[in-house]
Design a protein. Structure first.
Length: 193
């Protein structure tokens, strides 16, 4: 599969849930497609510290991990987002040994991004994921985007469905209900409530 290099473009607070942030990743040197990840407050703080090249008085988790890797003769060389399922982005961290051989470790995408910002190694995403999950501009002025439902976690889908019902947007509520049932293993046409 074709790998596309990406970078952290922006991060902003999300209104609901209030402790969430939207992390926007952007393609480098191409069409400038963007991905949005909804992340928690702690993950956002770790990424922001990496962006600012902040050195804490005592090592945080990502700093500790890099120190242990260095002592063990290991160097992180690349991050790759390889899958998105039910709102969860999955990534590999590629690590090089002193003898030049490499191995990959399955990791949370936010951890890989935090490490990449600290150690300055490249981030990639498979092109099919970028194409399918990219933000779509739906307003002429470029201020409004849509995200793929696949990038939203189950809890957020349930909250969005409740909001849609409250706003009497029953078409959107039924679409969200169908996605929730699919993820919970219930078919669309079941008699279950």
């Amino acid at each position: 599969m074709n790998e596309i290099e990406i970078k952290v473009l922006d991060m902003s607070a999300v209104l609901k849930p209030s402790d969430s942030f939207a992390l926007v990743l952007e393609e480098l040197g191409g069409h400038f497609r963007k991905l949005a990840l909804i992340i928690g407050k702690q993950e956002a703080q770790a990424i922001k510290m990496g962006q600012m090249s902040y050195t804490p008085p005592r090592p945080f988790t990502h700093d500790l991990m890099l120190a242990v890797m260095k002592e063990g003769g290991l160097t992180p060389v690349k991050g790759l987002i390889y899958e998105v399922k039910d709102g969860i982005y999955s990534s590999y961290l590629y690590v090089q040994r002193e003898d030049g051989t490499e191995f990959q470790v399955d990791a949370r995408t936010t951890d890989v991004i935090s490490l990449a910002l600290r150690k300055k190694f490249p981030l990639y995403v498979y092109e099919d994921i970028l194409e399918k999950e990219q933000l779509r501009n739906i307003s002429p002025d470029g201020s409004t985007y849509t995200v793929s439902v696949n990038t939203i976690d189950l809890e957020s889908l349930k909250k969005a469905m409740a909001e849609a019902v409250e706003q009497e947007d029953y078409e959107r509520a039924s679409q969200l209900r169908d996605e929730i049932r699919k993820r919970e293993g219930k078919g669309k046409n079941t008699n279950q409530p």
